[in-house]
Design a protein around this ligand. Structure first.
Ligand code: 5GP
Length: 207
C-alpha cells in the first residue's frame, strides 16, 4: 500500500503504509540533536518536517510555545494522552509526540523526524516497524559533561541526572538502526543527510 495516503481503519492507523518515512533521532542532551535537526531542516536536498512534542516541563529561556514544544500542565497532558504516538517520563517530566500532525505529514509524503528519548524510540519501533531509528553519540561522556556545563542552562543536580540518563540511553540504543558520532557538526550533518536520502527522505523521492 506504499504510495497511497495510508490506511486508517477506525482509529487504527497502518503507519507503515503512509508514503513518508518516520525517523527517530535520539541521543543524550548535549549531543547536539537540536542543532543537527535545525541544519537538516535547512537542507534543500531533503523533504523533512520535525514533530513538535508536548511536555510538562517549564520553558527554558528563548524557547517558544508551539515551536520548540507545546508546553502543557500535567492535567492537560493527561487529558491528551490518547492522542499521542508515544510518550515517556524524562528527567521527571512527561513528554509525548502528538500523532495527528505526524500522520498528516507522512500522508503527504514528507519524512517526519521525532527528536525523542530511547524509551519513546522503542514505542515507535513497536508501532511503526518501518521507522528508521538514529542515535547521535557524543565522542565521550567526558565531552558530554563539558558540553552540558558550557551550555550553562542546567544546575549541578540536573547535569548529574542528565549524565546518568546519557549512560543508560547509550546502553539502550544498541537496537537502533544507525549510530552517528557528533564529533564535527558539518561532517555529522552531511552523514545524516546521506542516511536520510537513502531512507527515502530526499527531494525527488516523493510518492
Ligand atoms: P529537553 O527537556 O532537554 O528538551 O529534553 C529532554 C529529553 O526528552 C531529550 O532526550 C528529548 O529527546 C526527550 N524528548 C523530547 N520530546 C520527547 C517526546 O515527545 N517523547 C519522548 N519520548 N522524549 C522526548
Amino acid at each position: 500500500m506504499r504510495g497511497t495516503r495510508g490506511v486508517i481503519v477506525g482509529d487504527v492507523v497502518d503507519w507503515s503504509s503512509l508514503p513518508g518515512r518516520l525517523v527517530v533521532l535520539s541521543g543524550a542532551s548535549g549531543s547536539g540533536k537540536s542543532t543537527l535537526v535545525r541544519r537538516l531542516l535547512g537542507r534543500p536536498d531533503l523533504r523533512l518536517a520535525v514533530s513538535v512534542s508536548a511536555t510538562t516541563r517549564e520553558p527554558r529561556a528563548g524557547e517558544v510555545h508551539g515551536r520548540d514544544y507545546t508546553f502543557l500542565s500535567p492535567e492537560a497532558f493527561e487529558a491528551g494522552r490518547d492522542d499521542l504516538l508515544e510518550s515517556a517520563e524524562v528527567h521527571g517530566f512527561s513528554y509525548g509526540t502528538p500523532a495527528a500532525p505526524v500522520r498528516r505529514a507522512l500522508g503527504e509524503g514528507t519524512c517526519v523526524i521525532l527528536v525523542i528519548d530511547v524509551q519513546g524510540g522503542m514505542q515507535v519501533r513497536a508501532k511503526v516497524p518501518s521507522a528508521l531509528l538514529v542515535f547521535v553519540q557524543v565522542p565521550s561522556l567526558d565531552e558530554l559533561e563539558r558540553r552540558l556545563r558550557d551550555r550553562g542552562t542546567d544546575d549541578e543536580p540536573t547535569i548529574l541526572r542528565r549524565l546518568a540518563n546519557a549512560r543508560r540511553e547509550l546502553e539502550l540504543s544498541e537496537s537502533y538502526d544507525v549510530h552517528v558520532v557528533n564529533d564535527d557538526l558539518d561532517r555529522c550533518v552531511d552523514e545524516l543527510a546521506g542516511v536520510l536520502v537513502l531512507a527515502g527522505c530526499g527531494r525527488g523521492n516523493e510518492a
